[in-house]
Ligand binder design. Structure first.
Ligand code: SF4
Length: 294
């Protein structure tokens, strides 16, 4: 039996699970083989038809599916289906505190030993209508223990202000909570290990809208890989697996826009980012300013 699941297959499964959850389907069963090989042989002999033998490529596909079902229970995506301490909390402040305690002095992925000063958990309104999710902490964030506090953070603050909100109105977090060395892109295994905690934060906060800042955040939240041009300009239904059965929340609408650090490098794209934010403002019922921010 396979002990690890191919990353692409796992992401595809995660996306499929979220889709089923969005339809209200939470329980999955492996269908027992309906007819034994013996019975097939008997029927084949009776009808004088040749016994069905899967072609190699079909056999491979079938066995991959079986492995996925067997192994997937060991993967993080299914870990979020287990009861979590925060589910006993009566308010989001306590629930977030319990998630932070559960995270502890985390050593779950290799980023814990690659020069991080501290874990950057997330900041903001525990009942925010709007969440921003970035990629990972940079040097300033690592030093201060708060996401988006450097130059990119200043630009994000301006974006939030342009929406008619204050930083303390929204919740801000990242896919990974420890700084990748040299600000490199977090690797797949690091994102896979850390992002269940982000999902739990989202399930507690229950935002109406989430803005994924950049392709890395979008890819991890949506479990799809596509260029920014294809990802932007629309909403995606988003419901973390751990929020299943929560009748108080129908999930969030997720939009994708450029990471503020990218906008600092290419300010010409600010207008495009503003279009994305206006789409989110409309969803949240926020008044659209007549003039675009500088
Ligand atoms: S990035 Fe996340 S999973 Fe990895 S060590 Fe930090 S808190 Fe733990």
């Amino acid at each position: 039996m396979a002990q690890t699941l191919d990353s692409d297959l796992r992401h595809a499964l995660a996306a499929r699970l979220r889709y089923y959850h969005s339809l209200g389907i939470y329980d999955f069963y492996r269908r027992e083989r309906e007819t034994s090989e013996l019975e097939i042989s008997a029927v084949a002999a009776e009808s004088e038809q040749p016994t069905f033998t899967p072609q190699p490529e079909l056999r491979e596909e079938m066995s991959a599916r079986r492995s996925a079902v067997a192994v997937v229970q060991e993967e993080n995506i299914f870990e979020v289906l287990q009861p979590k301490p925060e589910q006993a909390a009566s308010d989001p402040v306590t629930a977030l505190k319990l998630i932070r305690e559960d995270l502890g002095d985390c050593t779950r992925c290799k980023l814990h030993q690659q020069g991080r000063k501290q874990i950057v958990f997330g900041v903001g309104n525990p009942s925010a209508q709007l969440m921003f999710v970035g990629e990972g902490p940079g040097a300033d964030e690592d030093a201060q223990g708060e996401p988006f506090v450097g130059r990119a953070g200043q630009l994000l603050n301006n974006m939030i202000k342009a929406m008619g909100l204050r930083r303390e109105d929204v919740y801000i977090a990242n896919v990974v909570k420890c700084r990748p060395p040299g600000n490199r892109t977090p690797e797949r295994d690091e994102c896979d290990t850390c992002s269940p905690f982000l999902m739990r934060q989202i399930a507690v906060i229950k935002p109406k809208a989430i803005v994924a800042l950049g392709a890395v955040a979008a890819k991890n939240l949506l479990a799809i890989s596509a260029p920014m041009a294809e990802l932007r300009g629309r909403f995606y239904d988003f419901m973390p697996s751990g929020a299943r059965g929560d009748s108080s929340w129908q999930g969030a609408q997720l939009a994708v826009t450029y990471h503020p650090a990218f906008l600092l490098r290419d300010p010409r794209q600010k207008g495009e980012a503003w279009k994305d934010l206006q789409m989110v403002m409309k969803l949240l019922g926020l008044e659209l300013p007549k003039k675009a921010p500088e």
